[in-house]
Ligand binder design. Structure first.
Ligand SMILES: CSC[C@H]1O[C@H](OP(=O)(O)O)[C@H](O)[C@@H]1O
Length: 329
């Protein structure tokens, strides 16, 4: 399963706002609508928006347009996932090296894409080792093939554990307000014949209290140097409830999601999204039009609630500040 393709100097994005009902691939030959696609979550997920932005940068080069302006436009699409900025800075370095020539830039974007899939598979292998036999796993939002270049981070761990015969059940939070869990994670798990049970977000704690959950694993949009991390809103609740119930809580991410420039999670920019994402559900109004709304797309989980950090280089345990730094030599 994938969400991003590059064919014939055209970027194709699977429109994730239409899943799971219809699979619609949208073509892009201009970088500007790709920025809109990131903003409107046609493509979403930290690594996936980095890969999409890298290809969009190539579209600007192919059109002979200003690469600085392209980078600025793409970087302004969403503020939290550091992979977006990491990918654009890597493309800018390549552009300086090759004088902005399209072909080397396309090769670089393809390398970013392929490396992301490889990192997800490595993460999956490392993560599967911490999953117990007959595991009943809770996950939140979508950190799967649709959120990455392919295979997934948290879902990559689940895929690898399933391949090792270790998965009894995956409980996926529907993940309000945009239902990435219901629409995307359940779609991925059902497509891969991995046992899945969809739950409303507010059911997770009672499942833990009943002893139904053995481990939780989630994705990440940005991690600070001390291991505090931002992920989809509701992740903090999962972490607090897992901690209370003594359930191992893991976060899976590529090293490109770690932002060592931030000492702790207080510096992570949290995207505030449109209020109607909470007041409506697929175009149907579910709350008074005039009611005030708070709609942060992410929350920050303190490293003190994290059991381990699953990366493509291995599983990192506390002390996170010291052990994360070692990942970067
Ligand atoms: C593999 S990172 C996926 C990460 O991104 C999601 O956010 P969004 O759907 O708003 O892009 C969510 O936080 C996932 O954990």
């Amino acid at each position: 399963m994938d969400a991003i393709r590059w064919e014939g100097n055209t970027l194709y994005l699977l429109d994730q706002t239409k899943l799971p009902v219809t699979e619609v691939w949208l073509p892009y030959t201009d970088y500007r609508p790709v920025a809109d696609a990131i903003r409107t979550m046609v493509v979403r997920g930290a690594p996936a928006i980095g890969v999409a932005a890298a290809y969009a940068y190539c579209l600007a080069a192919l059109a002979g347009e200003g690469l600085d302006e392209a980078k600025e436009t793409l970087a302004a699409s969403r503020p939290t996932a550091v992979n977006l900025f990491w990918a654009l800075e890597r493309m800018e370095r390549k552009a300086k090296e090759c004088g902005g020539a399209a072909e080397p830039l396309i090769a670089e974007a393809k390398a970013i894409h392929a490396e992301d899939v490889a990192m997800c598979r490595a993460m999956g292998a490392h993560g599967a080792a911490v999953v117990p036999e007959h595991a009943r796993i809770l996950t939140h939002c979508n950190a799967g093939a649709l959120a990455t270049g392919g295979y997934g981070t948290a879902l990559g761990v689940i895929r690898a554990a399933h391949e090792a015969g270790k998965v009894n059940m995956v409980y996926c939070d529907e993940t309000r307000p945009l239902l990435q869990g219901a629409r995307l994670t359940a779609y991925e798990l059902v497509s891969d014949h991995i046992p899945a049970t969809l739950i409303a977000d507010n059911m997770a704690a009672s499942l833990m209290a009943k002893g139904k959950i053995d481990l939780a694993v989630v994705g990440c949009d940005r991690m600070a140097a001390n291991g505090d991390f931002a992920n989809k809103i509701g992740t903090y609740s999962v972490a607090v409830n897992a901690h209370y119930h003594g359930i191992p809580f893991y976060v899976a991410l590529p090293c490109s999601t770690i932002d060592l420039s931030l000492a702790d999670g207080s510096g992570i920019p949290i995207e505030e999204r449109d209020r109607d994402e909470v007041r409506t559900l697929y175009g149907t109004r579910t709350a008074p039009e005039s009611v005030e709304v708070c709609n942060p797309a992410f929350d920050v989980t303190p490293h003190s609630l994290v059991t381990g950090i699953i990366t493509e280089k291995g599983v990192i345990y506390p002390p996170f500040q010291e052990n994360l730094q070692k990942l970067f030599g």
